[in-house]
Design a protein around this ligand. Structure first.
Ligand code: ASP
Length: 341
């Protein structure tokens, strides 16, 4: 059997950082040096190539142009390689994995995001295990075909569907959660693949990379006591086209008439508003309570059990695709890449 060819895409993040001894701060460093720190890579039974961002970044600096760059790299190497591992800072990794999941339509190969909490040179680093297992998962084949055919996120022994994840801890090695969808693969003595949860939808359509994203979007998290001026100023932001409204519990918002009136005006003016719960797990159920019934009447988009990360990137993606206002709500409420129920 021929060896899998894996492409490592290094964007930055703690995994490849070194300590600046003067200031004590972590900063990104040269990718080739990073690979030299992991002699174990030579033992993996696959061929590994790598490309790196010219200037590796802390993922807090990620923006839509970086997502387009990652998508472009995958597009260029799509035919020649069997799988992709994206090394990325953990801070915004769930956003990037979600964005890429939409941008890579009809993906038939694995794209695995990973990173680490401690730099690779650190004695107690989690980087080596995360990197090595991500490569092994990207190289998994069955009957000559990749086992994983979607954008995943691997961290601390678990592969998740990327667009279902959230960073939940800034300190623990177990930094990510996927509360509304089970892990796809677990790593113990053996790799346990949960085939029943993998993306298996067959598409006859060609792999397509979408590189237009519209970032005229915002997230507004409700809190008890938020005032009309704040709501108004967000809703009236120039060029704002999409808003993720983080509501309480199962999608509830205050029933004060000024709240509903402001939302109604914004929707009439063409703003797409998505109802997403602030809870890390569970789903919006529009109409379950009186406090969400009104939102339903306003035709606010039901974000169901989508994460905020997957919702905001879905808005950017769909706005970039020039979907008509009439069909926008229906398309948003449809699971495109397994990001919602
Ligand atoms: N600040 C870092 C980043 O997101 C943290 C990490 O890599 O985990 O780039």
């Amino acid at each position: 059997m021929k060896k899998s060819k894996i492409l490592l895409i290094y964007t930055g993040g703690t995994i490849g950082m070194v300590k600046d001894y003067k200031s004590g701060a972590l900063r990104a460093f040269n990718f080739n040096k990073l690979l030299k720190n992991i002699p174990e890579l030579a033992q993996i039974d696959c061929h590994i190539d790598s490309v790196s961002f010219e200037n590796p970044i802390d993922s807090s600096n990620i923006n839509t142009t970086h997502w387009i760059e990652i998508a472009g790299i995958i597009e260029s190497y799509y035919k020649s390689h069997d799988g992709f591992v994206v090394l990325h800072g953990s801070d915004t990794m769930s956003y990037s994995a979600s964005a890429l999941s939409y941008m890579l339509e009809n993906l038939e190969k694995p794209v695995i995001f990973t990173g680490s909490q401690l730099p690779i040179g650190d004695l107690r680093t989690d980087a080596k295990e995360n990197l090595i297992t991500s490569i092994q998962i990207a190289a998994l084949q069955k009957n000559g075909k990749p086992v994983v055919r979607e954008v995943g996120l691997y961290f601390e022994y678990k592969l998740y569907r990327g667009n279902r994840t959230t960073k939940i801890n800034a300190e623990h090695f177990e930094a990510f959660e996927s509360l509304n969808y089970p892990p796809l693969v677990e790593s113990g003595v053996h790799l346990k693949v949960y085939h029943e949860y993998l993306w298996t939808k067959k598409s006859v359509k060609k792999f397509t990379v979408h590189k237009v994203l519209d970032n005229n979007v915002a997230i507004l998290k409700l809190f008890p006591g938020f005032n009309q001026a704040i709501l108004k100023s967000v809703l009236q932001t120039a060029n704002l086209k999409g808003l993720v409204l983080e509501t309480y519990g199962a999608g509830n918002a205050p029933t004060a008439s000024w709240v509903l009136a402001e939302l109604e005006i914004a929707i009439k003016n063409g703003l797409h508003i998505v109802n997403v719960t602030q809870c890390s797990g569970g789903s919006v159920i529009m109409g379950q309570y009186e406090t969400s019934e009104q939102l339903q009447k306003l035709q606010i988009i039901n974000g169901k059990d989508i994460t905020t990360e997957a919702a905001i990137t879905k808005l950017m993606y769909l706005l970039g695709r020039n979907i008509t206002s009439k069909t926008f709500k229906t398309i948003f409420e449809t699971s495109l890449r397994g990001e919602m129920q």
